[in-house]
Design a protein around this ligand. Structure first.
Ligand code: FES
Length: 102
């Protein structure tokens, strides 16, 4: 495997026990990860890796997606937001309307 140029983290609320509990999980983050993975593959974004995380401590704004190396945090992410965020990434831009921290 080559080192990815970009890494997208999606909060799935996993606890250290591995148990998925929490706000983002309840807001269907796992289904969002599947959608994101499919979109990344369909778009041929081979240099992008998608990973799930435990709670990122901004639950009230979940589901949360963080993109590195830019360090941009997106909140209230749904499938439409994923589309716009990936469009922006492909253009070397940031989807400002979903940004909660950068
Ligand atoms: S459960 Fe996702 S930020 Fe807390």
């Amino acid at each position: 495997m080559e080192k990815p140029k970009k890494h997208i983290f999606v909060c799935c609320s996993f606890r250290t026990s591995g148990e998925p509990k929490g706000v983002c999980n309840k807001k269907d983050a796992p289904a969002l990860v599947q959608y994101l993975d499919t979109e990344v593959n369909d778009r041929g974004m081979n240099d992008v890796m998608v990973s799930t995380t435990g709670c990122l401590k901004v639950c009230e704004k979940g589901p949360i997606m963080v993109v590195y190396p830019e360090g941009v945090w997106y909140g209230n992410v749904d499938e439409g937001a994923v589309d716009e965020i990936l469009d922006a990434m492909e253009n070397g831009e940031i989807a400002e309307k979903f940004v909660i921290m950068k």
